[in-house]
Design a protein around this ligand. Structure first.
Ligand SMILES: Cc1cc2nc3c(=O)[nH]c(=O)nc-3n(C[C@H](O)[C@H](O)[C@H](O)COP(=O)(O)O)c2cc1C
Length: 131
């Protein structure tokens, strides 16, 4: 499943995505501002302040996200993450975050690989896998 241009544009332009993770029995959701697509199957998230999110992802790499303004991008993205604390993805995350806010000191680049996309559009297709 790949993101189309409209989905990628919405993730790029909306200031915040909501990222949901779960390791045990209690789901955790956080707003994340540093989120942008790097190709049609991949979203870069920057870990600046993650705590429970990182604990969860360390135990369970599965995660879901929606954009803040889901009326403009009514999709739920499910995927798995890879966590980089050095290397090219990490360097890109540091460059991006510090270019926006120089005081930031990113801890990791979270590479979210999109595996499934579901509609959240109110109506008969809500909850359905997008084909
Ligand atoms: C508008 C907004 C944007 C945020 N963007 C980020 C971000 O890009 N990266 C990050 O690590 N935390 C960001 N945070 C902080 C996280 O939402 C959250 O506070 C942090 O992950 C700790 O929560 P946790 O213990 O549930 O992970 C942001 C918070 C707000 C309110």
């Amino acid at each position: 499943m790949v993101m189309n241009e409209d989905m990628m544009d919405a993730i790029e332009k909306d200031n915040v995505v909501f990222l949901s993770t779960c390791a045990d029995d209690i789901p955790n959701v956080v707003p994340i501002g540093f989120a942008r697509p790097i190709d049609s199957e991949t979203i870069l998230l920057v870990d600046n302040y993650m705590k429970k999110t990182r604990e969860n992802l360390n135990k369970n790499p599965h995660a879901s996200l929606v954009v803040r303004d889901a009326s403009k991008c009514p999709y739920q993205f499910k995927g798995t993450v890879e966590i980089y604390t050095s290397g090219e993805f990490f360097d890109d995350a540091v460059d991006w975050a510090t270019s926006v806010m120089s005081k930031l000191s990113p801890k990791a680049a979270i590479i979210f690989k999109v595996k499934e996309i579901y509609s959240v559009q109110p109506g008969p297709d809500a909850g359905n896998l997008v084909d």
